[in-house]
Ligand binder design. Structure first.
Ligand code: S3P
Length: 433
């Protein structure tokens, strides 16, 4: 097994970090550009395995994808109805977003597509997308009674029907898949969520001239006749990647960091609210809008944190940040209680279990897992240990920050950071004083 040792950052972390492009927005930039018919110049694209899976997928379906550099590309499609049948099975790798959103785009197409993915993606629930799409008339088949990869999407044989769908989960992947299928459907399509999930699909569709309507937690899309690609899309930095530095800056004594170009779309900024509630020194500067998305630079410095409680309502706004928020909570005074986080059990790994099993190796007895959350006792004694990433990028990066702030860590299977943040370890080393 590969491993990587992260030493304690004894004298703090200092420096400026250019935050890599947002993963959710990078996926959508390539997908939607591949449905347009004029070239789209995409900049600050996230050059990481997940988004490259989407780029390869769109290429296999007939879009022209030309990389000018790692983070800059031109994507040209052949229109909303211009995709063609792929020659081979498409591999979505580790990427739930690629697979779930593409099911929405492909359900209305007059050709067959089969998807596979890595071991983690084979375990993840797909019925949450297949079932509502089937209600619209889609024909999608998967292993274990249409729940799991491999998945084949066959032509529906007739136009999909718009519908009003009450989603049991607040999930942007579910919402987006249904809205994307709704573009091709007869009649309007509405998705109602328990709480509003990230709205990058709605915002980017707007840039392609497709207007959705929001009413509380409901979003409606009308059948689309004109899909007009913008000339360019500038992807803001990913707050889910910035999250590791927000926590590191807040908990490693002597730290002061400037995070440049962080996307601060309000459906994503739950981590800022929670860290500020915990007492973190966080300051947003140079707030601006770029391509329909808000962005800012963020300064964070070390200070004393205290435990907090939060639950289901804020969860969609910080769902991917729970592992690193758990690290912050371990270095805070008092307890942190997280509820309503059951969705973490169906991420790249069961993250509630991964956090309890692995983080307790570094802070024995400090974390109790509950069915849908965590109770974290801050301020317990911390030691160095080996801990397993479960091949989950967000667990690996959270362990690295834990080790840097604590007594060091050896991460088993560390390379999964390439899924969303290939330069993560290099950046961490550069910040040591
Ligand atoms: C994503 C939505 C979230 C998030 C994932 C990316 C997206 O998943 O966890 O990393 O780009 O739409 P869910 O929609 O399943 O909550």
């Amino acid at each position: 097994m590969d491993s990587k040792t992260i030493e304690k950052a004894a004298t703090g972390l200092q420096g400026t970090i250019d935050i890599p492009g947002d993963k959710s927005i990078s996926h959508r930039s390539v997908m939607f550009s591949g449905l347009g018919c004029t070239p789209v110049h995409i900049t600050n694209f996230l050059h990481a395995q997940d988004c490259l899976s989407t780029a390869k997928c769109m290429e296999a379906l007939g879009a022209d994808v030309q990389f000018l550099s790692d983070t800059e590309l031109i994507v040209t499609g052949h229109g909303l109805h211009g995709l063609h049948e792929p020659d081979t099975i498409i591999d979505a790798g580790n990427s739930g977003t690629t697979l779930r959103l593409m099911m929405g785009i492909l359900a209305p197409q007059p050709f067959l597509t089969t998807f596979t993915g890595d071991a983690s993606l084979h375990k993840r629930p797909m019925a949450r997308v297949i079932k509502p799409l089937a209600r619209m008339g889609a024909q999608i088949y998967g292993r274990q009674q249409n729940q799991k990869l491999p998945i084949t999407i066959v032509p529906a044989g007739k136009k999909l029907q718009g519908m009003c769908y009450e989603s049991p989960v607040a999930s942007a992947q579910v919402k987006s898949a249904i809205l994307l299928a709704g573009m091709y459907a007869e009649g309007d399509t509405t998705v109602v969520e328990p709480f509003t999930s990230r709205d990058h699909t709605e915002r980017m569709l707007d840039a392609f001239g497709v207007h959705t309507e929001q009413d509380g937690t409901a979003v409606t899309i009308h059948p689309v006749t004109e899909f007009k690609a913008p000339e360019s899309i500038e992807v803001p930095g990913d707050i889910s990647s910035a999250a590791y530095w927000l926590v590191a800056g807040a908990i490693v004594p002597g730290s002061s960091l400037l995070l440049r170009n962080v996307g601060i779309n309000p459906t994503r900024t739950g981590i800022l609210d929670v860290l500020q509630d915990m007492g973190a020194n966080i300051e947003l500067i140079n707030e601006r809008t770029s391509g329909g998305e808000a962005a800012a630079d963020i300064r964070v410095s070390y200070g004393t944190l205290h435990g907090v409680s939060f639950g289901a309502q804020i969860m969609p706004r910080l769902i991917d940040e729970i592992p690193v928020i758990a690290v912050a909570a371990l270095f805070a005074e008092g307890d942190t209680v997280i509820t309503g986080a059951g969705e973490l059990r169906v991420k790249e790994t069961d993250r509630l279990q991964a956090i309890t099993d692995q983080f307790n190796k570094l802070a024995p007895g400090a974390i109790e897992g509950t069915e849908d959350g965590l109770v974290i006792h801050g301020g317990r004694s911390i030691q160095s240990a080996s801990a397993f990433s479960y091949d989950d990028h967000r667990i690996a990066m959270s362990l690295a920050i834990f080790g840097a702030a604590g007594e060091g860590v050896t991460i088993e299977n560390p390379d999964c950071v390439n899924i969303s943040y290939p330069t993560f370890y290099k950046t961490l080393e550069e910040l040591r004083k």
